[in-house]
Structures are given as structure tokens and as C-alpha cells.
Design a protein around this ligand. Sequence first.
Ligand SMILES: NC(=O)c1ccc[n+]([C@@H]2O[C@H](COP(=O)([O-])OP(=O)(O)OC[C@H]3O[C@@H](n4cnc5c(N)ncnc54)[C@H](O)[C@@H]3O)[C@@H](O)[C@H]2O)c1
Length: 402
Amino acid sequence: MGIKIGVLGAGMFAKSFIPLYKVHPEVDKVVLADINTDRLRQVADTFRITETYSSLEDLCRSDVDAIAIFTQRHLHAPQTIQALRAGKHVYCAVPMAHSLEDVQAILDEVKRSGLLYMSGETSYYYPSTIYCRNRFAEGGFGDFVYGEAQYLHDLSHGFYEAFQHSGGADWKKAAGFPPMYYPTHSVSMILSVTGARATQVSCLGYRDRHEDGIYREGANLWDNPFSNETALVRTSDGGMARFNEFRRVGWSGKNCVYLSMFGTKGSYEEHAGSQVWSSLEHGSLQSLDELLHSNDYVNQQSDPDIPLALRQDFESGLSLVHDVDRLPREFEGMPNGHFGSHQFLTDDFVKAVSQHKLPPIHAWNAAKYCALGIIAHESALRGGELLSIPDFGEPSPSWNML
Ligand SMILES: NC(=O)c1ccc[n+]([C@@H]2O[C@H](COP(=O)([O-])OP(=O)(O)OC[C@H]3O[C@@H](n4cnc5c(N)ncnc54)[C@H](O)[C@@H]3O)[C@@H](O)[C@H]2O)c1
């Protein structure tokens, strides 16, 4: 028998996942909840969802096995804790949390209850990350020396519209979210390849000057003055990494998440659209452009709610490094997005719940990705002071991995 999933939040991102949950062979039923009742009705009609709820409380009281959270980024942690306490497995769009206390509270709930938590980090299934993970596992990099990853996303590229979509008159207060509180697109790329954790960080912030006044002390919920933050990190395997999280940046690449990694034997380097492998063994550079190219997923019925600047992200498909054979046949020809990741994230969560196994982006990995950013922002507020990052540990060895 399949599982019953409750999607929380009928916003722009949830609409990319609902059709995938609906056709997954291990899902019996998808229900939907949103406090915005007009939006709830409209999205439920579009996807022919017959069971709906107008609050998280009601959804928690229902008989769903799992709740997939697609609400605004600063709401995730308390909603996750509420859902876990109601006995539901949780999938949550990133980030997991923006305080160490909430990270710990989620881990405590997961450990106490034995329920599953999965973070929906799209970068984990980007072609470049998959390629580097495979190369690293087979020893091609040797020891990890240094990596750099960045998420460059100017507010004018669809973010104003995204924050206004559900933010009401006060939308700017949530839009001033510290960049390093949303670090996982860049951080997960490197940490998911090596499996190490970040132990220390020094971070600098760029004091924003834009006339929209979003990033200022007193203007947002976090008193955050920084629109761009750069962190230098020590990793537990003796390596070093640099992460850029920029929200005010003149950049229009084909992609806004970039990765480069250097090892003692081989390296992967990515610059403005070109991706190469280089190693001591083979003297010359090997172009990876074809291998890592994501097919455009051309959706004839593009969602008009998705800002034009975000369409490419929301509608990009699979590459040659994606292990398509592990996906359910039912996903063939279905929507995909964020460089093929949507289908893998959906499949991981459904299989994890129905087989009761830990998915790759489990709570302990999500904590690693998130804690780095939380401490990095603190360091930026203290002018770059080198700070230690707490270790939230690893899952119990009694868990079976998916
Ligand atoms: N690449 C990625 O990983 C990626 C890309 C896009 C969005 N996201 C994340 O996905 C999340 C959703 O983004 P979005 O653009 O769809 O947001 P959105 O504003 O379009 O939708 C959020 C929805 O959640 C609903 N909601 C809020 N609180 C609720 C509650 N208590 N109960 C029920 N419903 C509630 C709102 O009414 C709204 O309809 C965000 O966290 C965003 O950061 C991630």
C-alpha cells in the first residue's frame, strides 16, 4: 500500500512537485493545505486534489503519513517541529532552520520519534555535484584540498515577485533574510561530495546600499544589513572552502549555482558556463560541457506565476550523469526543474518514507549545511571573527540508508 502525502503551501515551488507526488507509484494520495484559501482552491482545482486543509494544525490532525513543506523560507523550522510532533514524516524545502536551537530541536524530534526528515536541497542533484561525488568516491580527486561554491542570485531576478507573492504589505521584512541563512545551495555542493563537515568559519558581509532599503538594520526581521556574504571555511578533513551567497550582484549566467573543487590528484573547475576535469594522470583538460548539460525541459504550459527570470531554473531537465534508471517509469515526460533535481528529490522522499530508510539529505546532513551559514552570518556581524561550528553528529548506525 502506498503513502499519503500532505503538501503544505500551495505556492510557486510546490506546484513543481505536486504532479510528481501524484504519479509516483508508491503514493496513494496527495492532499494540500494553505492558509490562503483562494490559492488553495485554485491549485487544488488545477491538480485535481479533492482533500484540502486551511491550516497546518488541520493537516497535522489528518491521516497523512508525511508532510512536504513548501512555505516561505523563514517559517520552516517551527512548522517542521509541529509536523514531527504530530507524528508525520517531513520533507522541507531549504533551509532547514536559521537558528542552532531550531536545528537541535528538529534533530531531537527525529531521534525521539524515529520519523524521517529530508531537506529538499536541489544542488545535491545538480549535474556538477553528482559528477564530483562520483569522481570523489572512486578516488579521482585524491584528498580534498580546496573548494569554492557560490549562489549568485540578484533580487531583481524574480526574487521581488517571489517575496511579494505571499509576503503581503510587509514583504520586505522577510526579503531581508541574511544570505548566509540560505547557504545550502552552495554549501551542500562541497560537503555532499566529501562527506566532511565545516569546523570553523570566518565570514565578511557587504553592507547593502540599494535604494529599496531591504537590507538594513531595523528594516527586516533579522536586523540584517548584508546583501552579499563571503565565508572562508575549514573542513573536518583538513580542507578549505570558500562560499559566496550573493543577493545583490550583476550576474546573469546560464546558472546561478557554481562549484569548483581541487584535490591532491584531480580537480573540477567551472567558470561562466564551461566545466572541466583536470588531473595529474591525464595532462590535458577534459571538457565536461556535454556530459553535464541539462536538457531544457520545455513545458508547453509554463506556470504564469513563475517570474520569467526563474523559468529556466524551474524548467530544466536531466543530464547524462543523472541515474535516470532509478526513477519510476511514471516520471518519464513529467515536469522537472533545477537541473533535473526535482524528480530525484521527490523519489528519494517517497521511497524513504515507504521503505523507512534514511534519504541522502537526512536531518544530520541538513544540519551540517545549515549550521555553517548560521555561524557564518554571526561571524560577518562580528567583522569576520573566526568562529567554531558545532558538530550535530551523525545518524545512528542502526538506520538503513536508501
Ligand atoms: N532551488 C530551491 O531549492 C528552491 C527554489 C524555489 C523556492 N524554494 C523554497 O521553496 C519555498 C517556497 O517558495 P515559493 O516561492 O513557492 O513560496 P510562495 O510564497 O509562493 O508559497 C508559500 C505558500 O505557503 C503558504 N503558507 C505559509 N504559511 C502557511 C501555513 N502556516 N499553513 C499553510 N500554508 C502556509 C503561503 O500562503 C503560500 O501560498 C521557500 O522556502 C523557498 O525558499 C527553493
